[in-house]
Design a protein around this ligand. Structure first.
Ligand SMILES: [Zn+2]
Length: 236
């Protein structure tokens, strides 16, 4: 996948995910990028890798975001780089199909978490969650002793933690260094939302100026659109 989202796809993604939670918004972005069929069943690390790739193709390699220093509370502006984030994801991608974990005397195959698992887990009460995840991610584990179940739960938790993209940050004010999780899906979604608002504003402006329809404006390349906008603003 090399092509980013077109102006039309950005608006379509925003509209489709408007009233959804973050989990569905992440899948909506991949759907807009033509990967809707497989998105829900991708391991979370692979989902995030594809989101990062699509985001880079759409908005470029630089990602600006904000973080708050946990020590002194100062707001820190960050400029992250897609290649650096891809590197942070690469470690977690090492075993995308699932890996055998040693529990007691046995090797148990543990499948990585997917968006579909997370969506299903949202409907499960927290007390029942460990058992639910064991049955889903390690269906061949059979009956487990309590200590084995606890060990398997720890493996599942460790795998979920490893799927997070952690960034090393440092505070320009107090020098504190800390690690913070970066969520590509939330970041990408907020950019798509802002881009959709901007694009619809431009559609309205060009419709007023020249009487063009929404599809006509959206079909313009960004370069042509910006020139027509400038001409409309100059009153040409
Ligand atoms: Zn600080």
């Amino acid at each position: 996948m090399e092509r980013g989202l077109s102006a039309e796809a950005v608006v379509a993604a925003w509209e489709a995910g408007l009233r959804c939670g973050p989990l569905d918004q992440a899948l909506t972005l991949l759907w807009a990028g033509g990967q809707g069929k497989v998105a829900a069943d991708l391991p979370l690390t692979e989902r995030d890798r594809r989101l990062l790739e699509l985001r880079t193709a759409t908005f470029g390699p630089g990602l600006d975001c904000m973080a708050t220093c946990p020590e002194c509370g100062v707001e820190v502006e960050l400029s992250l780089d897609a290649a650096m984030l891809a590197g942070a994801l690469a470690g977690a991608l090492a075993a995308p199909k699932g890996s055998a974990v040693r529990i007691g005397e046995r090797d148990i195959t543990l499948r990585p978490l997917t968006s579909r698992d997370l969506a299903a887990a949202q409907r499960v009460e927290s007390a029942a969650l460990p058992g639910f995840l064991r049955a889903r991610l390690a269906p061949d584990s059979g009956p487990l002793a309590e200590t084995e179940a606890t060990a398997l739960d720890a493996e599942i938790e460790a795998q979920a933690a490893a799927a997070e993209t952690l960034c090393q940050l440092s505070c320009p004010d107090c020098g504190n260094k800390w690690r913070e999780a970066f969520d590509i899906a939330t970041h990408f979604w907020s950019e798509v939302e802002a881009a959709a608002f901007r694009t619809l504003g431009e559609v309205a402006e060009l419709a007023r100026a020249y009487g063009w329809s929404e599809p006509e404006v959206l079909a313009l390349s960004p370069a042509r659109r910006s020139i027509y906008l400038r001409l409309a603003r100059d009153g040409s």
